[in-house]
Design a protein around this ligand. Structure first.
Ligand code: HDD
Length: 684
């Protein structure tokens, strides 16, 4: 196959091209290449007679169809991916010898898959869940996989507990409910009885688990890894992805409604942005700690339930990933891609984090069943772009035709090839860490503080973010049927914050907790989403419009929105062309039947004349009320005031009236960039 070693950011695309099949204009054949004359009717004994086994085309077609499905991923089953490139800003030569991190300006191809964790392959995308953020870098030294999440820590400290965690969060086995949700008894029973989950649960109950878009999430490698430089010196490193568009979330009511209106909301958003040429960008950040400083912190750097606060260990931005191409075929690429935290290149090594150590076993193991055997590395999406040769042979679906007599090492018949490489020649040499200890099944005392960073997180939230956390707990634990489990959860989270636990206790009808909250008083401002980038780019606006609108006003605002990089949909009572009073004609993109307020970032109320003004008014009022409830920006054109006045929305934060604004276009765009307007009283 294509093992030529010519390398640049397009090398993966060139390699994939050798596997693509273009069917348009081609003749239909069987898998044996035989041209097919009949594809509508099976071979029968007489016009009304039984079908004959002899019909090989029928048998082949049905048999292949019968075997089309493969097992979904045991976790992260629902995902979506795109191709792109990674460009280095800053040489990491002092820290790592990884070839793709040496030369500023150098680029490598990447493939990135985003996912939810708990739901099945067909589940809704805006559920409350952690998001997977897995990146495969196709480097000249082999594939490096950064298999992370959108949350910088994890639920558990030791991989041996992973099956327990997943059994608890998946639908309950006796009735297989609920789908793609953590709001049920077994999950919260696990939480309360495994208190190492405390910090992760605070993130899980925060807005982070209901992202607005895959393009507006951070990503984290979670574990402590090692960078090793050419001199063999190692540093501890954590990886971050920072989205250029900032970190933004939905509100819970909206997220639930989107699950029904558009279960594909996140993949559609990613697909459409790339198709429009608005390529998602994420900067790669690293936090680095010297080996000698391993024990300088009040947390253990091997504990995956802990962050390294950015104010203590700054994040250096070293490069940028741009996702610029959608897949050609979701099954072939997104479904068959196989990630593994153990896919590393020289200069990147592991730490003894017991969660990471366990993952190093699990990922190959799971591909063996999911992808049906040991040759999944030969699937086009998984192939490295550099050559690969070894003595592994055979197995289901083997594609490589290994030529020659020899498949063992060492040998003389093939001059001892394929031969190993020295470190200088690029051979991977494991970091020689000194390890000394007794065999023991226990956890270090330094892993036992479960609440300090959970409190640090809560301390760092704004008032609105804290309220969302209280509401999320109240919803989730409110769904728990067992009152004893509810009580245990409240009793656990008093260790984080008494106000939080008491408010939740009140909402879910259990006794107020009487424990002591953590004494941590510090904050880490980097943890709040309020300090994130706020831009109008790619934000989606619904313009609610009928006939005889003010053409000049509309043209001006729509042009301004498009110039600001926003996406504008004209929404009316029916499809077709509508006209302004000045004759301007505009095509309707969507109707009140096909879309809904929750699918947009902002609303612009223009109004106008339609066949059924009463229904039109009601539709607009519904749109506006919902947008108002979800803290969204609402612009009101001069013709739209009567519609706005008839809604429950009130003038205030994020409401921009053309009649009252000196610079309506700019004010509206600024309100959209702000994302949500939390200081709004939605209850009147
Ligand atoms: Fe995992 C998939 C991320 C802990 C076992 N994991 C999977 C994916 C992501 C993560 C993003 C989907 C990759 C894709 O898109 O195909 N997992 C994480 C993170 C973890 C983590 C960030 C903690 C820091 N995982 C973890 C543990 C184990 C696993 C402790 C087992 C011991 N994960 C798996 C798996 C999956 C998987 C069962 C399912 C499908 C796959 O691997 O390819 O092996």
């Amino acid at each position: 196959m294509n093992n030529n070693h010519s390398f640049d950011e397009t090398s993966k695309d060139k390699q994939l091209e050798t596997f693509r099949s273009y069917e348009k204009g081609k003749k239909l054949t069987t898998n044996q290449g035989l041209k097919v004359a009949e594809d509508e009717h099976s071979l029968k004994a007489g016009l009304r007679g039984p079908t004959l086994m002899e019909d090989f085309h029928f048998r082949e077609k049905i048999t292949h169809f019968d075997h089309e499905r493969i097992p979904e991923r045991v976790v992260h089953a629902r995902g979506y991916a795109a191709h792109g490139e990674f460009e280095l800003y800053k040489s990491m030569k002092d820290y790592t010898k990884a070839a793709f991190l040496q030369e500023p300006g150098s680029k490598v191809p990447v493939f990135t898959r985003f996912s939810t964790v708990a739901g099945s392959r067909g589940s809704a995308e805006t559920v409350r869940d952690v998001r997977g953020f897995a990146v495969k870098f196709y480097t000249e030294e082999g594939n490096f996989d950064l298999v992370g999440n959108n949350i910088p820590i994890f639920f558990i400290q030791d991989a041996i507990k992973f099956p327990d965690l997943i059994h608890a969060v998946k639908p309950e086995p006796h009735n297989e409910m609920p789908q793609a949700a953590s709001a049920h008894d077994t999950f919260w029973d696990f939480v309360a009885n495994n208190q190492e989950t405390a910090h992760m649960i605070m993130w899980h109950m925060s807005d982070r688990t209901i992202p607005r878009s895959f393009r507006m999430m951070e990503g984290f490698g979670v574990h402590t890894f090692r960078f090793v430089n050419a001199e063999g010196k190692a540093h501890f490193v954590k990886f971050h992805w920072k989205p250029k568009l900032g970190v933004h979330s939905l509100v819970w009511d909206e997220a639930q409604k989107i699950s029904g209106k558009d279960p594909d909301f996140h993949r559609r958003d990613l697909w459409e942005s790339i198709e429009r040429g608005q390529f998602p960008e994420f900067e790669l950040g690293v936090q680095i700690i010297e080996e000698k400083d391993e024990f300088m912190f009040d947390f253990d750097i091997l504990d995956a339930t802990k962050i390294w606060p950015e104010e203590v260990v700054p994040v250096q931005l070293i490069g940028k990933m741009t996702l610029n191409r959608n897949v050609d075929n979701v099954f072939a690429e997104t479904e068959q891609v196989a990630f593994h935290p153990g896919h590393v290149v020289p200069g990147i090594d592991f730490s003894n984090d017991p969660l990471l150590q366990g993952r190093l076993f699990s990922y190959t193991d799971t591909q063996l069943i999911r992808l049906g055997g040991p040759n999944f590395h030969e699937l086009p999406i998984n192939r490295p772009v550099c050559p690969f040769h070894n003595n592994q042979r055979d197995g289901y679906g083997r594609q490589t035709i290994n030529v020659g007599q020899v498949s063992y090492h060492k040998n003389s018949l093939a001059d001892n090839s394929p031969s190993t490489s020295t470190e200088k020649e690029g051979g991977y040499v494991h970091y020689e860490e000194k390890v000394d200890g007794r065999k023991i099944q226990a956890r270090s005392d330094s892993f036992k503080d479960h609440f300090s960073q959970a409190r640090l997180f809560y301390n760092s939230m704004t008032l609105a973010e804290k309220k969302h956390i209280v509401d999320a707990f109240s919803f989730e634990v409110g769904k728990v049927k067992d009152k004893n489990v509810r009580q245990q959860v409240v009793d656990m989270f008093v260790n984080v914050d008494k106000g939080l636990a008491t408010a939740v206790a009140q909402a879910i009808g259990v006794d107020h907790p009487d424990g002591e909250e953590s004494a941590v008083a510090e904050t880490s401002p980097a943890l709040s989403q309020e300090t994130t980038a706020k831009l109008p780019d790619t934000r989606k606006v619904a313009v609610l419009l009928g006939e005889q609108f003010d053409g000049n006003e509309l043209e001006s605002i729509v042009t301004a929105c498009l110039d600001a990089g926003m996406v504008v949909d004209i929404v009316s009572d029916k499809f077709g062309i509508i006209h302004a009073e000045n004759g301007l004609a505009i095509e309707v993109d969507e109707t009140f039947l096909t879309v809904h307020s929750v699918l947009y970032d902002a609303v612009l109320v223009v109004g106008g004349e339609v066949d059924n003004p009463t229904k039109f008014k009601k539709d607009i009022i519904n749109f506006v009320n919902e947008a108002f409830q979800h803290y969204k920006p609402i612009g009101v054109a001069s013709t739209g005031v009567s519609f706005f006045d008839a809604s429950d929305a009130e003038v205030g934060s994020g409401i921009v009236m053309a009649d009252e604004s000196n610079n309506f276009n700019n004010d509206f765009i600024a309100a959209v960039a702000a994302h949500r307007h939390w200081d709004r009283n939605i209850y009147g």
